[in-house]
Design a protein around this ligand. Structure first.
Ligand code: BG6
Length: 497
């Protein structure tokens, strides 16, 4: 594994796209400004748009000013960063681009000392992955140069179903070895998500209660107040199940449900997550409606402003049945979790942006405070992924006064209060890991395939016409009321966030 101060070149395909502007370049800048980016480095950006190098640098400066955690760039530091940016325009389906890229890479590597370390980043629409991978292979760019590394980072979606995910894996495997491939799921890079493992496995007190004997249910919510914005056309093909559930929410479930890995390293962590995927009870294609529900937002309000319904968004068809909300009830059939329901929900244009994992524990077996049972709630541990990052444990306490009254209180840890400042962006951590060759927080091929397999019966059933209902919910609400029937059995309902 190369050390942190070895040189590297990052080659970004899709450099004129949203991901580069909003996430990649701001993350690279913040790493650089915080002096955590290994040096010397170069960033070779490529896209179809014909741009001069200075024009590209100006655009990136604007993006960094708007989206980076650390800003504004000081002139001197910015100039040094900008000098490392190159732009090579070209069509990723054209072999000529790869010849030009190879030349640029060799020039850059000749001009500096150290190994030829290269990290390719696919930030294009997935329809271009095939061409990029094949062309990299044909141009001899997939093979590491002497003493250096060559890696490729692939953005989700990794395929759009079981079959296409396998096809993508086959294509990647024909050109790259598995240890060269980094499948990014940015949720795994979020500070609060990484902290799930620290919280579980660096504290002794949770392990004894982290199982079916003490846990009544788990709820995982990833709620967004945004609509589909400018991505209507992509979203029409994806929907909430593919866009969020197949990756981010299932990853969160695995981190909560996994057994302790022997160490915090790539293979042990990813092996344990895979075991969870194997333990999730397969969804019976004939009973999809019992465990999966979908919805679509109609008109309503977002942050006080009226907003259109999904079918009136740009790029969306008027009779679209694409789900913007999805809820699932899953069971993990193993000794730790047998019988504990895992409720997952995600949606766009919900009442607010709030992602949280809530572990609800069993009630006390016998209540001695018979005269005031109304204040007694089951203990709940809530891990707030974003915003207002933190962890809160709800316990019952005596409320002050002569009467014996009980009420819930929260023991609350807030990142902002304890650590101050903004936590690093997920992309900062993940880019650094890929540069350093640490795949622990990246998705492995077998995990991705298993996730598609799990959801395939739902995808197939939702494809049917007429298929199960697509419940409409008002933009700015908490989703379709019908989703409540899932959680009704547990007695609690969805948590109010
Ligand atoms: C992406 C989805 O993976 O995650 C988007 O494609 C979604 O639709 C985004 O908005 C949410 O990420 P975050 O970090 O804002 O919660």
């Amino acid at each position: 594994m190369p050390s942190a101060d070895e040189p590297f070149t990052l080659i970004i395909f899709g450099a004129s796209g949203d991901l580069t502007r909003r996430k990649l370049m701001p993350a690279l800048w913040s790493l650089y400004a915080a002096r955590t980016l290994p040096e010397p480095f170069a960033i070779v950006a490529t896209a179809r748009t014909a741009l001069g190098a200075d024009e590209f640098r100006d655009r990136m400066r604007g993006a960094i000013g708007e989206f980076a955690r650390l800003k504004p760039p000081s002139e001197a530091v910015w100039d040094r960063f900008a000098a490392a940016l190159r732009y090579v325009s070209g069509d990723p389906t054209d072999a000529g681009l790869y010849t030009r890229l190879a030349r640029t890479l060799e020039e850059l590597e000749r001009a500096r000392a150290g190994a030829p370390n290269r990290l390719f980043y696919c930030a294009t629409p997935p329809s271009l992955y095939d061409d990029i991978i094949a062309n990299l292979g044909a141009a001899g760019l997939a093979e590491p140069g002497a003493g250096g590394f060559t890696r490729i980072v692939v953005e989700k979606p990794f395929g759009h179903d079981d079959e296409s995910a396998r096809a993508l894996d086959r294509q990647l495997a024909a050109t790259f070895r598995e240890e060269q491939i980094y499948r990014i799921d940015h949720y795994l890079g979020k500070e609060t998500v990484q902290n799930i493992l620290v919280f579980r496995f660096a504290n002794g007190i949770f392990e004894p209660v982290w199982n079916r004997n003490h846990v009544a249910e788990v709820q995982i919510t990833v709620a967004e107040s945004l609509g589909v914005e400018t991505r209507g056309a992509y979203y029409e093909e994806a929907g909430a199940l593919r866009d969020m559930m197949q990756n981010h929410l299932l990853q969160l479930l695995c981190l909560i449900a996994m057994e302790p890995p022997v160490s915090f390293d790539g293979a042990p962590v990813r092996d344990e997550k895979n075991k969870v995927m194997h333990a999730i009870r397969p969804i019976d294609p004939r009973r999809v409606e019992e465990v999966a529900l979908r919805g679509q937002y109609g008109p309503g309000f977002a942050e006080g402003h009226p907003v259109v319904g999904y079918r009136d968004e740009k790029g969306v068809t008027k009779n679209s049945r694409t789900e913007t909300y999805a809820a699932l009830r899953l069971l993990v059939d193993n000794w730790r979790w047998a019988g504990v329901p895992f409720y997952l929900r995600t949606g766009k244009r919900l009442a607010r942006r709030a992602s949280e994992i809530a572990i609800r524990f069993h009630r006390t077996p016998h209540m001695i405070f018979r005269r005031s049972p109304e204040g007694v709630e089951a203990n709940t541990l809530a891990i707030r992924i974003q915003p207002d990052e933190g962890i809160a444990l709800t316990v019952v306490a005596k409320t002050p006064g002569p009467d014996l009254r009980l009420g819930p209180v929260r023991l609350d840890f807030r990142y902002g209060e304890v650590f101050g400042g903004e936590p690093p962006e997920a992309y900062e951590r993940l880019l650094l890991d890929a540069i350093h060759g640490d795949p622990t927080l990246y998705a492995r091929a077998d995990w991705v395939e298993k996730a598609w397999q799990l959801l395939q019966p739902v995808l197939d059933t939702w494809m049917q016409t007429p298929g199960p209902p697509v419940y409409t919910y008002e933009a700015g609400s908490w989703g379709p009321p019908e989703a409540d029937r899932f959680v009704a059995r547990g007695g609690g309902g969805w948590r109010k966030l």
